[in-house]
Design a protein around this ligand. Structure first.
Ligand SMILES: [Zn+2]
Length: 452
């Protein structure tokens, strides 16, 4: 069947006007949205179509995850009461035992849970590459293909060990040249620039306190020469602010801008501690932000000024962050987290459930540079669609289906489509055996811990 009709649900298109259809239809043909509107699908589409009854559902664009460390699916529950720098230093030794085989298992587990929580596009940031660990980026690409989600892999890196004034131990870092060469190779091997690409690759040195200025500068030159995007962590904690002040005499934003790291081809994770001047620079340059509310809460990093960023015109997407600082790993939950956290910072009327849905979809698409392809339900876009069941006892009677997602329990999925292919049906992943995957994840987590 190459044509699918979903009809009868409440459709939140997340187009520029925020159009919604209560009891509408979406038509998928050859992996692309062929029609969307109110009422039943017109007769012209019905011949030979597979019809999904969307009665009692909320139909949204597939959610876009803009920041993750998929391998951390194997290292959850550690350092439960630590702030970022202490949490990192306690986990580096474990992480530096990772290899391609273990990463593939962790990535599949993390992406299975993302898919079951409404996510169709997965951004990953992998920055730890022990010697002899194999093709780690390749293992993540393969896991995404198994689960059936769209992947924005990044080839991360660290080259500033503790002996040179960095945070990570020396055994966890690469040389600058090796990191650049491997980043180049990952782009050449896996990046697909086409409209419906299932895999794109970006270049992603880890953070100002684990990477040299040389690597940041050269990585930006490399990415731009290859036509791919740039990603890193920025302004996550007050300790990072203090590190940049002491070592560079600058804020993280000033430091990164001086190294060529602000631009509409760059997105940063967290941005909790941006001042007004920094927000203005992000907005003026089109630099994107991955907002990760649960992780910021877990590590007590603070609450990012998302309202101010959006008002200034900064592209903002949503992210779960690595599962070692967000054991849930469910992107659907982050919509509610974003609503609650931003209200704690700026007030009850400052951030609506529709703001939450918009950053989780169109915002993320913009952050990843895919606003023409995904992020809203509009004719001609890729058919990445979440069909949330909102008529069961958890949600029955909630007067607004978008509030069911943004304020209620995370709804189960009736369907999740990626490029028109059903990846989740009736809350179950249909692309891979979840029970077998759970056993593999448990064994891999244990195996990694035993390497310490
Ligand atoms: Zn992160």
């Amino acid at each position: 069947m190459t044509r699918t009709i979903i009809e009868g649900g409440h459709i939140a298109t997340v187009d520029a006007a925020g159009t919604e259809h209560d009891g509408g239809h979406v038509v998928i043909e050859a992996g692309v949205i062929a029609a969307v509107g109110s009422g039943r699908a017109p007769e012209q589409w019905r011949a030979g179509a597979d019809v999904v009854d969307g009665t009692g559902t909320l139909i949204t664009p597939g959610l876009v995850n803009t920041h993750h460390h998929l391998y951390q699916w194997l290292t959850r529950g550690y350092a439960q009461d630590s702030i970022l720098f202490d949490w990192l230093t306690s986990l580096y030794p474990l992480w530096s035992r990772i290899d391609a085989g273990l990463t593939g298992v962790g990535a599949a587990g993390a992406m299975a849970v993302l898919a079951r929580s409404g996510c169709t596009t997965v951004g990953d940031h992998h920055y730890i590459f022990p010697k002899g660990s194999g093709d780690i980026v390749g293992s993540i690409v393969e896991a995404a293909s198994t689960v059936g989600v769209r992947l924005h892999a990044t080839r991360g890196s660290m080259d500033l060990g503790a002996s040179q004034g960095g945070l990570p131990p020396d055994f966890a870092v690469e040389t600058t040249d090796a990191a650049l060469a491997a980043s180049h190779e990952a782009v050449e091997r896996y990046h697909d620039p086409s409209f419906d690409a299932m895999v794109r690759v970006a270049v992603a040195p880890c953070s100002p306190f684990s990477v040299t200025a040389d690597l940041l500068r050269e990585a930006a030159v490399l990415a731009r020469s290859l036509g791919v995007r740039l990603h890193t962590h920025a302004s996550e904690t007050i300790e990072e602010d203090a590190y940049c002040a002491e070592n560079f005499g600058k804020t993280p934003t000033q430091y990164l801008e001086d190294l060529g790291w602000l631009g509409d081809d760059v997105w940063m994770a967290h941005c909790v501690h941006l001042d007004d001047r920094a927000i203005e620079r992000y907005a003026a340059t089109g630099t994107g932000v991955a907002h990760c509310p649960s992780s910021n809460g877990r590590l007590a990093a603070g609450i990012a000024p998302v309202r101010a960023m959006l008002d200034a015109g900064v592209p903002v997407g949503l992210g779960v962050d690595g599962a070692a600082s967000n054991e849930s790993g469910q992107l659907g939950i982050e919509v509610r987290e974003a609503v609650l956290m931003n209200r704690l910072r700026t007030g009850a009327d400052s951030f609506s459930v529709r703001d939450g849905l918009r950053i989780a979809t169109m915002g993320g698409a913009r952050v990843l540079g895919r606003q023409e392809e995904i992020g809203s339900l509009e004719v001609g876009k890729l058919a990445d669609i979440a069909v949330w069941q909102v008529d069961r006892v958890e949600h029955a009677g909630i007067i607004d289906p978008v509030a069911a997602l943004g304020l209620g329990a995370m709804p189960p999925l009736k369907r999740l489509f990626v490029g028109g292919r059903a990846v989740v049906e009736d809350a179950t992943l249909v692309t891979t055996d979840e029970m077998a995957l759970a056993r593999d994840v448990a064994a891999a987590s244990r195996g990694l811990a035993e390497r310490l």
